[in-house]
Design a protein around this ligand. Structure first.
Ligand SMILES: [Zn+2]
Length: 272
């Protein structure tokens, strides 16, 4: 077992944000969103108060490398449960990829632009709200992401593109906009010296107002250090997103027609 302390801290940005984005190197931009109204006003009780009876679908446990399972709840009940002390036993429930802005369009006023996103970029925002210790297993996204920490603290463990592939650990499990690893990042780090080395792994902790740039194809595993709210901002040029959309749409059509990985995916419950 290894611990986050074995990971090298992600170095502070050594280039302008735009240059990091151009060269596709991850970086954390501290406090870039600290002045956003969302960071001061989006508390768990506040979000719960917007529509306590709104039905929500929660992910049970780490669906990236355990069988996918969901449970239903209501926004108010779930967020109230998050503010209680975490239980040591049982699966953690996680509200993932929640389209908060579509549910409550007025909340858009609480966000500001990220100043260094390329002009004309298409962005897709969703929100991740979960308890301490909730984890998203090791995966790479197909699109670049500028994730904004809104509340609480989150740890990102990052590995360079190619690390999971070289270790022969790509998962066959289907995910619409990501590729998954069969093993966790700590396992990969423990095996360094053969196909990976220390230079391949980084760790960074996000505090409210921090913006983390995770380039597409960088592997990452994410764990909440306390109950937290994160706004993901996947982005890309119009042409790039359109091209990906076509490929992703085709795979997804096959998946939903049960011709590609039926029931071995992050979007449907695993067969029992
Ligand atoms: Zn599915």
């Amino acid at each position: 077992m290894t611990y986050a302390t074995d990971f090298r801290p992600l170095p502070p940005p050594d280039k302008s944000p735009a240059e990091h984005l151009r060269r596709r190197t991850p970086a954390v931009f501290r406090g870039v969103a600290a002045h956003w109204p969302a960071v001061s006003t989006w508390t768990l009780p506040y979000i719960a108060s917007l529509d306590p009876s709104l039905p929500v679908r929660l992910v049970r446990g780490n669906r990236e490398n355990t069988p996918t399972a969901f449970t239903r709840s209501e926004l108010g009940t779930y967020l109230h449960h998050l503010s209680e002390p975490p239980r040591a036993d049982g699966d953690l429930l996680y509200l993932k990829e929640f389209d908060l802005l579509r549910q409550f369009p007025a909340l858009r006023d609480d966000l500001k632009d990220i100043p260094f996103l390329p002009r004309g970029a298409v962005t897709s925002n969703s929100v991740w709200i979960g308890p301490a210790r909730a984890r998203t297993g090791l995966h790479q996204d197909l699109l670049d992401n500028c994730a904004v920490q809104i509340a609480g603290t989150k740890r990102f463990l990052l590995a360079r593109p190619g690390v999971v592939e070289r270790a022969g650990a790509l998962s066959a499990k289907y995910d619409t906009w990501a590729r998954l690893s069969r093993v966790g990042i700590e396992e990969l780090l423990a095996d360094r010296g053969t196909v990976t080395d220390d230079e391949d792994f980084f760790s960074v902790e996000l505090e409210p107002g921090d913006v983390l740039y995770v380039p597409a194809r960088w592997w990452h595993e994410v764990v909440n250090l306390d109950a937290s709210i994160l706004l993901s901002g996947f982005f890309g040029s119009r042409a790039h997103v359109a091209r990906l959309w076509t490929q992703v749409g085709l795979r997804d059509t096959l998946h939903r027609a049960r011709l590609l990985n039926p029931r071995d995916c992050t979007c449907h419950p695993a067969r029992r």
